[in-house]
Design a binder for this molecule. Structure first.
Ligand code: PRP
Ligand code: URA
Length: 206
């Protein structure tokens, strides 16, 4: 299932990130803020269980999260969403998967993978700012499934119909959440209008 978060605050902050002149510092600041809003939205239906608690007034029924959460950023740019998510879900464990996209073929290449124990019993949230061809996210999810993960959510800032279709084809069991659904890809595989190369803008490389 695809969810596009049509939220005024997110639209405002994402527009700042899209602007060519926005500095690395302001880019990351807005990414942190959007990540918090996205974390709030994607955890809306995480199972909770009842827990007896005592307020200063009386005993009552409280709640606690019933499932563990593992964040898996797709390196490099996916790291940019981790701080915001951890602010909202401080108990989340973090896995890492390194993927880069060949600039000519646009094929993804994995160069690093390390995950916490217990993936099979956790909700795994895969983060990456960009869902372009969908190749990187699809390959990352395939790897994560090999570790036994059964409940996987994909959270991206900007996606395009091509990338969404690729994930829906390869991983129909994975829910996708986007801050924005853009028009499509240009001849170099960049998202239009997009925000450019997310990793370069986040880390100040070029
Ligand atoms: C970017 C982005 C995604 C990928 C999306 O990473 O962060 O991982 O491209 O493209 P796709 O959907 O066509 O696979 P990139 O390969 O530029 O690596 P980086 O994060 O290290 O900059
Ligand atoms: N990766 C990026 O960083 N930006 C795009 O527009 C497409 C893929």
């Amino acid at each position: 299932m695809l969810t596009v978060l049509n939220h005024s605050l997110i639209k405002h902050k994402l527009s700042i990130m899209r602007e060519e002149e926005t500095s690395t510092y302001i880019f990351k600041q807005n990414l942190d803020e959007i990540a918090k809003l996205m974390a709030y939205e994607v955890t809306r239906d995480v199972p909770i269980r009842e827990k007896p608690i005592k307020t200063p007034i009386c005993e009552t029924v409280g709640y606690e999260m019933a499932e563990k959460i593992v964040l898996v950023p797709i390196l490099r740019a996916g790291i940019g969403l981790v701080d915001g998510f951890r602010d909202i879900i401080p108990t989340a464990k973090i896995g890492h998967i390194g993927m880069y996209r060949d600039e000519e073929t646009l094929e993804p290449h994995e160069y690093y993978a390390r995950f916490p124990k217990g993936m099979e019993n956790s909700i795994v949230i895969v983060t990456d700012p960009m869902l372009a061809t969908g190749g990187s996210a699809s390959a990352a999810i395939t790897n994560i499934k090999k570790r036994g993960a059964k409940k996987i959510l994909l959270v991206c800032l900007v996606g395009v119909p091509e990338g969404v279709a690729r994930i829906e084809r390869d991983h129909p069991d994975v829910d996708i959440t986007l801050a924005a659904l853009d028009e499509g890809l240009n001849e170099r595989g960049y998202i239009v209008p997009g925000l450019g190369d997310a990793g370069d803008r986040l880390f100040g490389t070029d």
